[in-house]
Design a protein around this ligand. Structure first.
Ligand code: F0G
Length: 349
């Protein structure tokens, strides 16, 4: 079998907006695991699959679009890759810029970016600007600066390059399952991913799932139908009050016969712990919003038994170690002797 060489050099290339001369700036993103979840299937009476996007090179689905956006930026002679981010876009943009040999600058809210994501942006060599405001402020400023010469704005809003790359998640799912699932669950922040995922199924034309999007209850503008000026949730990746890709996200919901609903943080974090301890998948809290939403629909009797469901787990749990260590774990100490360790584990001597 030929080794995987990333999305631009894959069979999906004809579906991506690249030219014969576009340099492929790639970290071999895509081709992520689609795992059957025995635990969630058992709990819901459905067939539940997890698309583990945290297995991408920078640990989130953002790499799918970033390979396209940065390849085209390099082709166009850009000097600086710029983005606003709650963390994952900045990590991905910085990595692909480094790979492509150009500089990057990331605008992030001064509080609320998970530490692993900042660590990534730092080590990939980005200029990091912490802004005393929300993600929505960062994006407004990034868009204002995008017209400066040599700057390539790589946020997904209005960015066909990013969206085209992100559509590949649907192609991979259809290729793995042989057809589209009945339901596709995913977390929603700025609205780009729900848009791209839906468009991907439509473009691939082998069935269309209902798209079920979930926002954190304290940051659910698409559910309320109005921006949330001070969005609140500990699922920081989706702490977005004014989604820039608003209308296309609503279109994905409506055209698919799906929904966008809110899930409280308590349920998000319960699902987060459950995924790790029952499925061995460590996803970041925002990703778990999609699992929490699925379980809530099941509890409400709104999930038809036997449905085939795919859940996008958008980011890797390692990105947010503080969230992981905040609750529900303990350590015991022991002297450096086998009997003492046996005692602390309750093992027979
Ligand atoms: N899950 C994770 C882990 C994310 O990082 C994001 C978005 C989403 C879900 C929601 O996707 O915005 O396309 O609706 N993160 C952006 C960022 C905002 O800056 O990294 P969306």
């Amino acid at each position: 079998m030929a080794p995987w060489r990333g999305l631009i050099d894959s069979d999906y290339r004809p579906r991506l907006p690249v030219h014969p001369g576009t340099p492929a700036v790639s970290l071999h993103e895509g081709n992520t695991p689609l795992l059957y979840s025995r635990h969630l299937s058992g709990r819901t009476g459905c067939e539940v699959w997890l698309k583990v996007e945290g297995a991408n090179p920078t640990g989130s689905f953002k790499d799918r679009g970033m390979t396209v956006a940065v390849s085209r930026a390099v082709e166009a002679g850009a000097e600086l890759v710029l983005c606003a981010s709650t963390g994952n876009t900045s990590a991905s943009a910085a990595a692909y810029a480094a790979r492509g040999g150009i500089a990057s600058a990331v605008l992030v809210p001064a509080s609320g970016v998970a530490r692993g994501k900042l660590a990534q942006a730092a080590r990939y060599g980005a200029r990091i600007v912490e802004i005393g405001g929300t993600f929505d402020d960062c994006l407004r400023i990034a868009r204002a600066l995008a017209t400066s010469p040599g700057v390539a704005l790589v946020n997904s809003v209005g960015n066909e390059l990013r969206l085209a790359g992100q559509r590949t998640v649907a192609y991979e799912i259809v290729d793995a399952l042989g057809a589209a699932p009945d339901i596709h669950c995913l977390p929603v922040g700025n609205g780009g991913n729900i848009t791209a995922t839906w468009q991907g199924y439509v473009a691939y034309d082998r069935g269309r799932p209902r798209i079920w999007g979930f926002q954190a209850a304290g940051a659910a503008p698409l559910v309320h139908g109005a921006p949330v000026p001070a969005p609140r949730t500990d699922a920081t990746a989706i702490r977005v009050g004014s989604p820039a890709t608003w209308a296309p996200a609503i279109a994905a919901r409506d055209e698919s016969g799906g929904l966008i609903a809110a899930v409280p943080d308590a349920e998000i974090f319960a699902a987060y712990r459950e995924l790790g301890s029952h499925d061995g998948v460590f996803a970041e809290p925002s990703s778990a919003a999609a699992v929490a939403g699925l379980l809530a629909r099941h509890r409400a009797g709104r999930l038809s038994p036997g449905s085939r469901v795919v859940v996008t787990l958008t980011g890797n749990g390692l990105k947010d170690p503080d969230a992981a260590l905040r609750a529900d774990y303990s350590t015991t100490s022991a002297d450096p002797t086998a009997p003492d360790v046996a005692r602390s584990l309750g093992l027979a001597a």
